[in-house]
Write a protein that binds this ligand. Structure first.
Ligand SMILES: Cc1cc2nc3c(=O)[nH]c(=O)nc-3n(C[C@H](O)[C@H](O)[C@H](O)COP(=O)(O)OP(=O)(O)OC[C@H]3O[C@@H](n4cnc5c(N)ncnc54)[C@H](O)[C@@H]3O)c2cc1C
Length: 405
């Protein structure tokens, strides 16, 4: 591994050059140019390409798996400007992010805000090293948009809680090691006031998961059942019965993460190939070499302009955020716009590819066409996950615009 230490370089140019050298020396060649690879980590992770583990370990020891987290918790201690440089280099060199997942984007930032020192030292360092994969236990069969109506119960037993109930739509629960969960600890309190935010190890006899098959053919989420499952009281985040405050903070991080996926350089699903490039593959051009169909040309131009404007707006908002400031209800605006933009983009890609975007398997379709069908179907969930578009609009109306109920 290189001796160069980008973190000690004060000016941005020096940091950029040192980081570029470090990335090229330390990212295994089999992963360079493979930015679409998603490295999830966790105890059950068995990567097809062993270099993924090598890359994760090297990046984590450099602090690049959680670049802006404090060094004491396994992060890189990078400034916002340095992090931006690192991300732009990863994009430019098409090197995969060293680590992805709810640990980094949801529970990690929430623990930085609300966790005890012991919780930060235990959980953040394991997340940053990619040792633990997290999932989110919020939704229940009878509590989605009305999340505070949740019924999953936790009762005290010495220095532990005993948990009974079920969750649904738990993304990656079958692969996850730990779950952050909302549980009812005071059934007699008003519904928002009897909820506790609890961290729980999934690897115990009281927890079972059952994958749910999606229209796209994959099973990205599960039903999760707790039958006398146990969690230490030390794993309550913030205070008992004050979990709603933590839950809202985490949703802010979740919605920012979803917006990020469609904004700041994210691909939001299918590898970002220019729409015009796609159209040229399927549709005839006019005499001047432009796409022949003027209506489609207009739709493509508008979609690219909207995507660019959105990426810049998300970036401007992030740049303008004071250090240590956490996302507020305005993250709902980005969540609505980013997800609806991504869904419309996929509709357009399907329109461009025509019948070639409707394949499921077999001959006659390229691999990227089969992937497009599945990605397009997957985008149907974008306006639901992390809170539906209707619910985001309610949040914007009440908490951003201050409109009456
Ligand atoms: C891909 C995907 C991944 C997910 N991953 C997770 C996960 O990891 N963990 C987790 O806990 N959950 C997860 N979810 C669940 C998601 O958070 C819920 O589906 C979502 O909050 C909506 O809840 P619901 O499905 O119960 O729908 P409902 O709340 O029953 O809503 C049904 C319809 O009614 C509308 N509606 C409801 N209330 C209002 C209102 N007050 N005003 C206007 N319209 C309203 C909704 O917009 C929706 O159209 C995931 C969902 C998807 C699609």
């Amino acid at each position: 591994m290189s001796e160069a230490s980008p973190r000690k370089t004060s000016d941005e140019t020096g940091f950029r050059e040192a980081t570029r050298v470090w990335l090229l020396e330390n990212c295994p060649p089999s992963l360079q140019g493979k930015s679409q690879v998603a490295i999830w980590g966790g105890r059950k992770w068995r990567p097809e390409n062993p270099d993924e583990r090598v890359w994760l370990e090297r990046a984590a020891s450099k602090g690049f798996s959680a670049p802006m987290w404090p060094v004491a918790y396994g992060g890189g201690g990078l400034s916002k400007a340095q992090n931006k440089v690192l991300l732009s280099l990863l994009r430019e060199l098409r090197i995969p992010l060293p680590l992805v997942g709810f640990g980094l984007t949801m529970i990690g930032p929430t623990l930085l805000q609300y966790g005890t020192e012991a919780q930060k030292r235990e959980h953040l360092t394991r997340i940053a090293r990619g040792e633990v994969l997290w999932c989110q236990g919020y939704s229940e069969p009878g509590a989605g948009s009305d999340l505070a109506g949740l019924q999953c119960r936790a009762e005290e037993d010495g220095d532990e809680y005993i948990i009974n109930g079920s969750k649904i739509w738990t993304s990656n629960a079958d692969a996850a090691d730990w779950i952050f969960c909302l549980v009812r600890t005071d059934p007699d309190a008003p519904k928002h006031e009897g909820i506790t935010f609890l961290l729980m190890d999934m690897d115990q006899p009281g927890v079972t998961v059952r994958p749910i098959k999606l229209i796209s053919g994959s099973s990205p989420f599960c039903e999760t059942f707790f039958n006398d499952a146990r969690a230490l009281k030390a794993n309550v985040v913030h205070k008992v019965n004050a979990g709603w405050t933590v839950a809202k903070a985490l949703l802010g991080h979740e919605r920012s993460m979803i917006a990020d996926a469609f904004g700041v350089g994210g691909t939001g699903g299918t590898k970002r190939v220019s729409l015009a490039e796609r159209a040229r593959r399927y549709l005839p051009s006019d005499k001047s070499g432009r796409l022949g169909d003027p209506v489609l040309r207009d739709a493509i131009a508008q979609s690219e302009i909207n995507a660019r404007a959105f990426a810049l707006t998300v970036q401007r908002s992030k740049d303008g955020m004071r250090a240590g400031h956490n996302p507020g209800p305005e993250s709902s605006m980005f969540k609505v716009y980013g997800t609806e933009l991504n869904m419309a983009r996929h509709e357009l890609m399907v329109r461009i590819a025509g019948p070639q975007a409707l394949g499921w398997e077999g001959a006659g379709f390229e691999a990227d066409e089969l992937a497009l069908t599945r990605d397009w179907l997957r985008t149907r969930g974008n306006s639901i996950e992390g809170g539906t578009s209707e619910v985001q609009r309610n949040v914007i109306a009440k908490r951003v615009l201050g409109l009456p109920d």
